[in-house]
Write a protein that binds this ligand. Structure first.
Ligand code: DGJ
Length: 737
């Protein structure tokens, strides 16, 4: 790994054993991009990659010099208004109304390691040898405005991270109207663009389309990363598959409004961009002030989509997630939400917890309904203390103590960012919600969004949460967010500051997370947003796991977890076995299949265990034991998608230990096929030369090559439900000693 600056060619080559990224300082002081892709050996001069020449209608950067026209050059961080008519990476309005900016190279600094971003989540290193960073300083001399582009290359991953910082050293105010975290011009557009799209209860479905001329992209304007579009896109070569071919991944470490797009010009260059969504964003920068963009994480894979995903998984699991629980085996939990909703009593809670304990579960999570006057979703949010002693006679402290006495950990649900009008908090501070003057705030689930752009609001919520979390023995927090943001106007801000509110809101969320995780380092945080509407890398920095979806139907979960796995590791996906008929789909799937789907995530249960038959309880006990035996492998192994549930009746995946000595593979029959073909499940990731035994199948010994090239014979009769609708099987493979 190295970052080399060549003074003669004015090039910066950022590379490791797997990737190369080459920037050139152009004659006019701007930066151009010469190359991004698979590693090329270093040499002093790659300037032949800068193509230019005379073209009619083109605008040039210098008189009598018909070589460099911005419109036809691969620009590194393009501006608007000076001859590049494609989408700009940034836009800055000045006091005189001009948006013309001229950022010129001033110098750069190369150093070992990686700096953290102030107030923002980002990937990190544990020692400086793991990465090299270059910060390139550009300045607009007229405005005395600096733009610092930072690039980090990791030694062990085909990864480049980028972020941008603007610093105003001039005497006039400027308004940043667009600050994208990364922009990269690729020399051709022969790609399919893969996005993770969805909605509540069907989050992160993979959707691919061929790039076409013009702008195509995704984004969120709802104040959080959203169920609709994840902050991610990948470009995949047309022939690339799960295991072969070139794929470029782009992921944004951010939980607020975001945009990711590809702009293909009519000369077939593809400009990929991602960052904070420019709509509704305006950041006035006074003299001496700075603005920091979120981080973009670019992954290069020449081993198809699985290769890209595996890089994201390991990087995000070990160098984005942090803290006590990062590498620890996560407790198997039982959550009461689908069993009781908010209508529980201490007795019903203890009954579920007791059965959970008997069946081997380790953590009881009390969901929505324990605080304030919370009988349904019309009241109580904001009042994070117990007032209903009929429900919880000994408060949270008492209940936590009782659960602890049973030998289980205790966890609690919060929705810190929200308030109901029927709450003590709203009655005392009606101006603490986001709401435009003279307008009626739009309702959603009868709740309103607290103005987290205001530090005093965040401090107040911290105070309440801190009190509860210190009062009892609480090991886990589920942090929910059940509505999108509308009327994003802060009563405390001036007219010119309103464009900051969306971003400051999410900075407030991060600040609260940071404070709580520092104060309670051993509490396991799980983020959540009406299921998986804020499943993004930003959240993983604070909470190593996220509730993947409110849809707990096994077949839907196979799809959702399959899509989520394009970026996010199994260790981040909360996945629970729930009751049937399923509350979202009405589908009745076998208990075995529900567990077979949920165990490829952070495993738990979400049903009234006390109502289960003895037979079902015995089955659950076995599932819990099985997951305990294999959770290390599931959490730390290398994951491969095998059969795509969006393409047919089957799904399959495998997680293989890093030393390839064991693996857990799963096959799911999404719907039965009458008189169908014989089935084989071709595995991946095993060591071809090693010998494996497939537990519970037969006494045969298979070579890894056999299991990967021929496959496991999937016998209908060995699937639960005899190979009918929603049947499945999990295969445990271990190396033969
Ligand atoms: C939405 C979450 O996704 C559910 O799991 C549950 O916590 C409810 N909110 C509670 O209101």
């Amino acid at each position: 790994m190295a970052i080399i600056y060549s003074d003669t060619s004015k090039e910066i080559h950022i590379f490791n054993d797997q990737i190369s990224y080459i920037i050139q300082i152009l004659d006019n002081g701007e930066l151009g991009n010469l190359y991004y892709g698979k590693k090329v050996d270093h040499k002093e001069d790659f300037s032949y990659l800068l193509e230019g020449g005379l073209r009619s209608l083109a605008v040039y950067t210098k008189e009598d010099d018909y070589f460099m026209s911005p419109q036809y050059t691969k620009m590194e961080y393009p501006c608007a208004g000076r001859g590049d008519f494609r989408e700009p990476a940034y836009e800055i309005c000045q006091e005189n109304g001009s948006r013309i900016v001229c950022m010129e190279y001033q110098g750069h600094e190369i150093y070992k390691g990686k700096k953290q971003l102030e107030g923002l989540p980002a990937t990190y290193v544990e020692n400086a040898e793991e990465a090299d960073t270059v910060e390139i300083l550009l300045t607009d001399k007229l405005l005395q405005l600096d733009c610092i582009l930072s690039y980090t290359v990791f030694r062990d991953y085909p990864v480049l991270t980028r972020n941008v910082r603007f610093v105003n050293r001039g005497s006039q105010k400027v308004a940043l109207e667009r600050v994208l975290s990364a922009s990269i011009d690729l020399p051709d557009a022969e790609y399919e663009m893969l996005s993770l799209t969805g909605a509540w209860a069907r989050e992160r479905y993979p959707k691919a389309r061929k790039l076409a001329h013009g702008v195509q992209g995704t984004g969120s304007r709802c104040g959080c990363s959203s169920a609709e579009f994840n902050p991610f896109l990948a470009l995949k070569r047309p022939g690339a598959s799960e295991n072969l071919g070139e794929v470029l991944g782009f992921s944004l470490v951010y939980s607020g409004n975001h945009m990711e797009q590809v702009c293909v010009d009519t000369c077939d260059m593809a400009r990929v961009q991602l960052g904070i969504h420019p709509e509704g964003f305006e950041w006035e920068l006074n003299t001496g002030e700075a603005f920091q963009s979120p981080e973009a994480v670019m992954v290069y894979s020449c081993q198809g989509l699985n290769g890209m995903s595996q890089t994201y998984h390991k990087l995000y699991r070990t160098r984005l997630a942090r803290g006590y629980w990062r590498d620890r085996e996560r407790p198997i939990l039982i959550n009461n939400w689908e069993a009781t909703g908010a209508a529980f009593t201490e007795e019903s809670i203890l009954r579920i917890a007791k059965t959970g304990k008997e069946l081997g579960m380790e953590l009881f999570v009390l969901d929505d309904g324990w605080f304030g006057k919370r009988e349904d979703d019309r009241s109580g949010l904001g009042d994070w203390y117990v007032t209903n002693y009929e429900k919880l006679p000994d408060g949270i402290e008492g209940l936590a103590g009782k659960i602890k006495k049973m030998g289980m950990r205790f966890g609690l649900w919060f929705e810190p960012e929200m308030v109901n009008k029927d709450s003590d908090l709203y009655r005392s501070h009606p101006d603490w919600i986001l709401c435009a003057p003279g307008r009626i705030p739009s309702p959603s689930r009868n709740q309103y969004v607290l103005d987290f752009s205001r530090p005093e609001v965040v401090a107040y919520i911290y105070g309440l949460m801190e009190k509860i979390l210190s009062s009892g023995d609480i090991s886990y927090v589920k942090w929910d967010m059940n509505r999108y943001i509308t009327e994003c106007y802060s009563a405390k801000k001036t007219e010119r500051e309103q464009g900051k509110v969306f971003h400051q809101y999410i900075l407030g969320v991060y600040a609260l997370y940071e404070r709580l995780t520092k104060a309670f380092p051993e509490i396991l945080f799980e983020s959540c947003s009406s299921g998986g509407a804020r499943f993004d890398p930003g959240m993983l920095y604070y909470a190593p796991q996220t509730w993947t979806s409110d849809d707990t139907d096994a077949m839907e979960r196979v799809r959702i977890q399959y899509g989520t796995s394009y970026v996010y590791p199994l260790s981040s996906m909360g996945a629970h076995v729930s009751e049937v008929p399923n509350q979202q789909t009405g589908r009745v799937t076998p208990l075995k299949t529900r567990a077979n789907a949920a165990m490829f995530g952070v495993f738990g249960y979400e049903l009234d265990l006390s109502q289960m038959t003895e037979l079902e309880k015995a089955e659950i006990k076995g599932q819990v034991q099985f997951v305990k035996a294999h959770r290390h492998l599931i959490q730390h192994g290398v994951f491969y998608r095998l059969l795509n549930p969006f393409e047919g009746r089957e799904a399959g995946w495998i997680v293989v230990s890093e030393d390839q000595s064991e693996a857990l593979a799963a096959y799911y029959q999404m719907s039965a096929e009458p008189n169908g073909p014989w089935k084989r499940l071709k595995l991946a990731g095993l060591c071809p030369e090693k010998k494996y035994i497939v537990d519970g199948e037969d006494a045969r010994v298979y070579s890894g090559s056999e299991l990967m090239n021929v496959g496991i014979i999937v016998k209908k009769e060995s699937l639960c439900a005899n190979g009918g609708d929603y049947s499945s099987k999990v295969y445990y493979l271990r190396e033969k000693a």
